[in-house]
Structures are given as C-alpha cells and as structure tokens.
Design a protein around this ligand. Structure first.
Ligand code: ADP
Length: 184
C-alpha cells in the first residue's frame, strides 16, 4: 500500500461510464430507478438489467449507498449513493454528503474493490456549491484512506476540464494544509 493517501487519489476529466475501475459511483435518486445527469448516463451504458436489479432494492436513503453489478459497463460494480438536495447548507447537507463518500468507500472496501471512481455528487441537479462539495469529497476520501488499505486508488472523474482543475486545486490545498509544518 502506498503510505501517503494523497498519492492514492487521481483526478481526471471524462465520462465516468467509460472508467475501467472495480466500481463506479452513481449520484442516484432515492428511488434508485434512474434519472438525469450522471444517473441517466450510467443506466444507459449499463443497460436495462441495471434498472431491473435496482427495482429489487427498495430505494436508498439520502447519505447512504447500495451496490449492484455493472452489467454492460466496463466496471464490475456500481455503487449508488443518494446525495443531499442543497438548500442553504444548514439542513444537514454537509453531513449527508460526507456520509455518501464514506458509505461508498466502505462498500467498495467490503467488496474488495481496488479502485473506485466518483463523480462530483450533488453538484448538478441537486445544486451543491461546487467548491464546498469538492472539499468535502477530498477530505472525506483522504480520511478514509488514512485508515483503510482498500480501495487502493480513488479517482474523481469530473465532467469537463474546469471541474477537474477545481478538484486538483482543492486536493493541492488540502495536501499543503496537512503537510508537516516543521520545514523552515
Ligand atoms: P446530482 O443530482 O447528485 O446533483 P447530477 O448527475 O445532476 O447529480 O450531477 C452530478 C455531477 O455529475 C455534475 O457535476 C455533472 O456535471 C456530472 N456528470 C454528469 N454526467 C457525467 C458523466 N457521464 N461522467 C462524470 N460526471 C458526470
């Protein structure tokens, strides 16, 4: 295992449905029955068997996650997590978003996934301010990786170079805040 959790995080610009990782994360709705945005893209790429499987799961609470096969996707697993709908940040949204990342990482580890790819959960239709959401994504991931050997690699796959650059900046900032302060 790489010792430094920051070296286990990758940031890319792309379409998450094409990722060849053990698990991709879906920003799902509570029904788990598909929707727009990344959810729609994942269901289209996985094929109709994904929806049929999801119908047996009885939905998912906000902040929680459930795992399914990836069907026609290159990724063997999809982890469906339900992000909070953003109101003003004082209705439990940060805690729910932290929980989405943590629960997804826990499920990946339990299923032996060496690699996982996340989109920027809640930052599309659910309206979470992008910078705040990216800080929560990175911080929660780093904390989890500090304590767990799996997943070995966490990729954030962002839709567009601007979003990827914003994530890279946040990763750099958090890395320098965490660095030992002893150097002159
Ligand atoms: P939510 O309802 O959680 O806000 P959305 O799907 O509307 O979910 O948006 C979440 C993020 O996923 C947005 O930043 C959006 O740009 C991004 N996104 C949409 N499609 C894809 C895709 N195919 N791959 C990666 N990210 C995507």
């Amino acid at each position: 295992m790489k010792k430094n959790p920051f070296d286990r995080v990758e940031i890319a610009d792309g379409d998450i449905t094409r990722e060849r990782v053990a698990a991709i994360v879906n920003a799902a709705k509570r029904t788990l029955l598909g929707g727009g945005g990344v959810d729609g893209a994942i269901h289209r790429a996985a094929g109709p068997e994904l929806r049929r499987f999801c119908e047996t799961l009885d939905g998912c609470e906000t902040g929680d996650a459930k795992i399914t096969p990836g069907f026609l996707l290159p990724a063997p697993f999809v982890i469906h997590t339900v992000g909070p709908v953003y109101r003003d940040g004082r209705h439990g949204e940060p805690e729910a978003l932290v929980s989405c990342y943590r629960r997804s990482l826990e499920l990946a580890a339990e299923h032996g996934c060496a690699s996982i790819a996340f989109p920027a959960i809640s930052t599309g239709a659910y309206g979470y301010p992008f910078d705040e959401a990216s800080r929560i994504a990175i911080r929660t991931t780093i904390r989890f990786l500090q304590a767990h050997p799996l997943p070995k690699t966490v990729r954030f796959v962002l839709f567009g170079e601007r979003d990827a650059a914003a994530f890279r900046k946040v990763l750099g900032n958090i890395r320098s805040e965490d660095a030992p302060q002893s150097e002159p």
